[in-house]
Design a protein around this ligand. Sequence first.
Ligand code: 5GP
Ligand code: ZN
Length: 113
Amino acid sequence: MNDCLFCKIIAGEIPSKKIYEDESCFAFYDIDPQAPVHFLVIPKAHITGANEITAENCAVVGHIYAVIAQLTKKLDCKDDYRVVTNCGDLAGQTVKHLHFHVLAKRSLAWPPG
Ligand code: 5GP
Ligand code: ZN
C-alpha cells in the first residue's frame, strides 16, 4: 500500500527504531510511548485492521504473539505486559495497518479509557 505509514516503515522509507524483523512481521518502538516499554508489532502484509483478519491471513497473528513472547523476555518485561489492538475510529485506531501495541514496565489500569 503506497500511502500507508506502516508499510513505509517496513520498507525503510520512514525511519524507525526497529527491534525485530522476520519474513512476516516487523517490530519497532512507538514514537509516542505510553509506558516505559511501548513497541508495535505489525504484519508485513498490509492488513487494514483486526476486522480484516480472515481464515486465509490469520496465521501471522499467532506468529506475532509468539514474537511478542520472545521480545518481552528479551526486554526483561518479566512476563508482565499488555497487548492492545485498536480497531476502528471509536476504539482509537489512527493507523489503518493492523498493529499490536505492547506496553510494559508500569502498572496498567483496567478498564482502559
Ligand atoms: P493506533 O492509535 O492506531 O492504535 O496506534 C498507532 C500508533 O502508531 C500510535 O501509538 C502512534 O504513536 C504510533 N505512530 C504513529 N506514527 C508513527 C511513526 O511515524 N513512527 C512510530 N514509531 N510510531 C508511530
Ligand atoms: Zn500498510
